[in-house]
Design a protein. Structure first.
Length: 462
C-alpha cells in the first residue's frame, strides 16, 4: 500500500485508474494537469506518481522532472497513448520508473504501481541508512572549522593508520564514539568489525562475559558457549565507552589482553589469540583515578598511548551556525518533516548558552524545535533553554559566602571535610543505601566506595 498521485486531464480516466488502484488499498490523489500536479507534489509526500504524457498545460516529463526535484527517490510511471521508441527512451533517460501504453490492462497498472511504491520505499530506506552510517562513521561528520576541531581532524589522520591504543576523553555529548568510528574508518581495519560497548551499563560479571566470553556453566544462566567482543572484533576495532567504570577484576583481564594479545573466556583455561585494536573513551579523569588508586596505573599507561581530548561545544561557539544547519538537514530527513533554516537571532541565543550536554544536546534541541514549530524558520522562541549553569534544589549558586572565609586556610583539609559531610548527608537521606547515595551525588559506585574507605565512613547497606 502506498500514497499515489494520478495526473491526467481526462477525468474519467483518472477515476478508472483510482478505482483500479484502490483495490490494493492505495491512498489515491488526483491532479488534472501539470500545474495541479506540481502543487500536489509540493504539499504532500507520495510513494509513486502515474502521469499522462500529453496534457493541455504541459507534458508528463515536466511532472517527472518536478517530482525528482522535490524527492529524488520518488518513482514516476509515464502513461501515454502515443507510444514511440524516442519517448520511451527519453522517459527512462530522465529517470522514469516505468512506461505504460494506452489502452492498458488493469493488472498491468496495479503491478507497475506496486513495484513503483516498493522501489521508492527501498530508495528512501537506503538513503536513511546511508545518512545514519555516514553520521556515525564518517570523519566528515566531525563538523567544524574551529582551531580545536581542525587539530582533532589532524590527530585522527595521524593515529588512524597505526595500531596504537587511543584514550578519548571529554564531556558527555562531545562525540567520543564518533571520533572512535572515524579512527576505525580511516584505519587499515576499516573493512573489519567495529564493535562498541558501554562499560557502565553492565554488572561486573556480565561485563566480563560480554568482553571476554564464557564457557557453558561458567556462571548461573550460562547455558551455552559464547565468544566475547574481543573475539568478535578480531582484526577489527573494539570501542570501550566509559572504561573508567570497569571493576578492578575486569581491569586486570583487560590489561592481560592488551599485553599478551590473548583472551581467556570465563570458565576456561585455554587462552585464545586475538588481534583487536582497542579505543577507549571516558568522561572521567583517569589520571586522577589512577592517582587515587581506583584505576590501575599499568592499565592507564597501556590505554593512554595516544590521548585525545574533545573540546566542549562552549569552547567552539564559532561552529554553532554550521552545526545548526547540518542538524536541521539531518533531522528533517530522518523525521520526514519540512526542512527549515534557523534565524540569526536564534543562533545568537544559542551562542549565549553553555550547552552542558554539548553536541548531543544541540541536536536534541533542534529535533524538538523542528517537530513542534510551525514557523517557516526556527526562531529564538523555538529554543526554551535552561539556565546555563543549572542549580540543584536548595543549593546557593552565588558562592558569595567564599568572600567571608579566612584568606589563609588548609584547603585540602577543608575540601575533604566538606566532601565527607556531603557523603554522610546523602547516606542519611537515602537510608544508608549506597547505590542511591551515589546516584544523588552523581558518583559511580566505585567512586563512592573509595571515598567511604578514604573518610572511614561506615555505611549500613550496599
Amino acid at each position: 500500500m502506498g500514497r499515489i498521485l494520478i495526473v491526467d486531464d481526462e477525468r474519467n480516466l483518472r477515476r478508472i485508474l483510482a478505482a483500479n488502484l484502490l483495490q490494493e488499498h492505495h491512498i489515491v490523489s488526483e491532479a488534472g494537469g501539470v500545474t495541479e500536479a506540481k502543487a500536489a507534489l509540493a504539499a504532500t509526500q507520495f510513494d509513486a506518481v502515474i502521469t499522462d504524457q500529453k496534457m493541455p498545460d504541459g507534458e508528463g516529463l515536466e511532472v517527472l522532472a518536478f517530482a525528482h526535484e522535490s524527492d529524488p527517490a520518488l518513482s514516476v510511471v509515464v502513461l501515454t497513448a502515443f507510444a514511440t521508441v524516442q519517448l520511451a527512451v527519453e522517459s527512462m533517460r530522465r529517470g522514469a520508473f516505468d512506461f505504460i501504453v494506452k489502452p492498458f490492462e488493469p493488472e498491468t497498472v496495479r503491478a507497475a504501481m506496486r513495484r513503483a511504491c516498493e522501489h521508492t520505499n527501498l530508495l528512501r530506506e537506503n538513503g536513511l541508512l546511508k545518512l545514519t552510517v555516514d553520521r556515525l562513521e564518517g570523519s566528515s561528520e566531525i563538523y567544524g572549522e574551529s582551531p580545536a576541531i581542525l587539530a582533532l581532524r589532524e590527530m585522527i589522520s595521524r593515529v588512524a593508520p597505526t595500531n596504537a591504543t587511543v584514550l578519548i576523553s571529554g564531556e558527555t555529548g562531545t562525540g567520543k564514539e564518533l571520533v572512535a568510528r572515524a579512527i576505525h574508518k580511516s584505519s587499515p581495519r576499516a573493512q573489519k568489525p567495529f564493535l562498541a560497548i558501554n562499560c557502565a551499563a553492565f554488572t561486573e560479571t556480565l561485563l566480563e562475559s560480554e568482553l571476554f566470553g564464557h564457557e557453558k556453566g561458567a556462571f548461573t544462566g550460562a547455558d551455552r558457549v559464547r565468544p566475547g567482543l574481543f573475539e568478535a572484533a578480531h582484526e577489527g576495532t573494539l570501542f570501550l565507552d566509559e572504561a573508567g567504570e570497569m571493576s578492578p577484576a575486569a581491569q586486570a583481564k583487560l590489561l592481560r589482553v592488551l599485553a599478551e594479545g590473548k583472551v581467556l573466556r570465563l570458565g576456561s583455561t585455554k587462552p585464545r589469540d586475538v588481534d583487536t585494536r582497542v579505543l577507549v573513551a571516558t568522561h572521567r579523569d583517569l589520571a586522577d583515578d589512577m592517582r587515587r588508586g581506583t584505576f590501575r596505573q599499568d592499565l592507564y599507561y597501556r590505554l593512554a598511548v595516544v590521548p585525545i581530548t574533545l573540546p566542549p561545544l562552549r569552547a567552539r561557539r564559532e561552529d554553532l551556525p554550521g552545526l545548526c544547519a547540518l542538524f536541521c538537514r539531518q533531522v528533517a530527513q530522518e523525521l520526514k518533516v519540512p526542512q527549515r533554516g534557523i534565524s540569526a537571532k536564534a543562533i545568537e541565543k544559542l551562542r549565549r548558552y553553555d550547552f552542558p550536554g554539548n553536541i548531543r544536546e544541540l541536536r536534541n534541541l533542534i529535533e524538538r524545535a523542528l517537530i513542534l514549530s510551525t514557523a517557516k524558520e526556527l526562531g529564538p522562541e523555538d529554543f526554551p533553554l535552561a539556565p546555563a549553569q543549572p542549580v540543584a534544589p536548595g543549593v546557593n549558586n552565588s558562592y558569595s559566602w567564599i568572600d567571608g572565609m579566612p584568606e589563609s586556610l588548609a584547603l585540602r583539609e577543608f575540601l575533604d571535610d566538606v566532601e565527607k559531610r556531603l557523603i554522610q548527608r546523602a547516606l542519611r537521606s537515602s537510608d544508608g543505601v549506597q547505590a542511591e547515595a551515589a546516584r544523588r551525588l552523581q558518583l559511580s559506585r566505585s567512586d563512592l566506595s573509595y571515598k567511604l574507605s578514604k573518610f572511614e565512613i561506615r555505611a549500613s547497606k550496599d
